[in-house]
Design a protein around this ligand. Structure first.
Ligand code: ZN
Length: 113
């Protein structure tokens, strides 16, 4: 499943942070998941619960923030509302996706002795 490889990649990055800071445990992992990222947050959470056991994040909680898609004009940066045509009401230029495709490790809360 797609979500398992994403969780593994996230936990690898958490592991890097843990080693960098000499942490002994991870309490909370916060991620941002864009609605157009193709990630099913329910499955991501399930995958996390399966995978975390063998890692330093075994006791960690996963906090998922869903990020709504947003489009902006490529020329003047105006926000183009959901459901509007993907061209700018100001200048007519093409809007492009500004938010909503991200899979982002936002924050790791860990125990540093
Ligand atoms: Zn514009």
């Amino acid at each position: 499943m797609h979500e398992y490889s994403i969780v593994s990649a996230l936990l690898d990055r958490v592991d890097d942070a843990v080693r960098l800071h000499g942490a002994t445990a991870v309490h909370r992992i916060r991620v941002q998941i864009g609605e157009l990222s193709g990630v099913e947050t329910g499955l991501l959470h399930e995958a996390f619960l399966m995978v975390r056991g063998s890692t330093v994040s075994a006791e960690a909680e996963l906090e998922i923030t869903a990020v709504e898609a947003q489009w902006r004009c490529a020329m003047c940066n105006r926000i183009v509302a959901r459901g509007e045509r993907l061209s700018c009401p100001n200048c007519g230029a093409t809007a492009r996706l500004a938010k909503g495709s991200e899979i982002l490790l936002e924050r790791v809360e860990m125990e540093v002795p």
